[in-house]
Design a binder for this molecule. Sequence first.
Ligand SMILES: *Cc1c(COP(=O)(O)O)cnc(C)c1O
Length: 379
Amino acid sequence: MNRISVAGPSITDLEIEYVTDAARNAWYERWNEYNERFEAAFAAYVGVPYAISLPSCTSALHLSMAALGVGPGDEVIVPDITWIASAVPSTYVGARPVFCDIDPVTWCVSAETIERAITPRTKAIVAVELYGSMPNWTEVLDMAARHGIPVIEDAAEAVGSEFMGRKAGAFGATGVFSFHGSKTMSTGEGGMLVTSDRAAYDRCVMLRDQGRNPATRTRLWNEEIGFKYRMSAVQAALGLAQTERMPELLAKKREIFGWYAARLGEMRCLTLNAEPEGVLNSYWMTTVIVDEAMGVDKEQLMARLDAVGIDTRPFFYPLSSLPAFAHLPDVRSAEERNPVAYSLSRYGINLPSGLNLTETDVDRVCAEVREALPEPARV
Ligand SMILES: *Cc1c(COP(=O)(O)O)cnc(C)c1O
């Protein structure tokens, strides 16, 4: 039987057409055309005025830190459960991440979990929209405004999600996206920074281009030391086609979740991704948390599915538990501070959620999950 992949994009003739045109023609006077079109289309999709195409979401986070003036001695609050890229860019500017707990329902930060981690050194907050889920943005932004701390919105996993009718990426001082091959929208590797703040936009445009100010007349005039963070035209062409197809990609992600929910939603020992009132979840990855009482941890369940040709991923390990951060002063006591992060992480896995998935694949996955987790008959 074919292996079922855990993640992957949907590529059609539209992508091939744009990419072919970019490879042939996006040079000379047309060198920036696809980047401009991609940025304009993506900003319109998210509902913000400014977007900057970048080589990765990691670079978008790095630029956000630099533009917000985060520096040596500062602390940046990051949820303990996320991909490591949410936390690492704080260290590129000499700051350090402080890991906060997540909410048991949304699996994202909440006003309360962030507030417990604030100190006089807190300079920024990275709020992650885990697996397409949304935090309660009203409460998070109110709390952050009260403390005067800017929020960077890590929407890498949430393109297309909504909270109260507003799209992911539109809530933070900056919103950052990833177009890695595993994400809902892909350019192979790539990222985007969006913002509604003209000053932040101008600052990021300058910093990402070796400190060149596009407003100055001399092309090779560097006003300060910056970074080289540009996306190629061929990638931008892929991104433009994917942006035009976003409604379709989002519908497919939601359909995949619906297939799983119809087969696993009734199992009392499982919790699936949440979609509270007022939220539209883009379900980047359908995820199940197995009830602790079943005595099956994530590694056991993953090994069992792997043996029958089903690729899965572990729910992220708490960042505070990783060797990469073992040098930080407060990680040893993190399990006490972040009990939700630690308990969910132990029993969660991401099920196959690639955009090539069929309902027959989902049947096969769900049959194996049911067999691995026999529930007592209902009375
Ligand atoms: C994928 C991901 C990133 C990093 O994206 P890259 O494009 O690989 O740099 C950052 N944050 C989260 C939450 C992610 O899932």
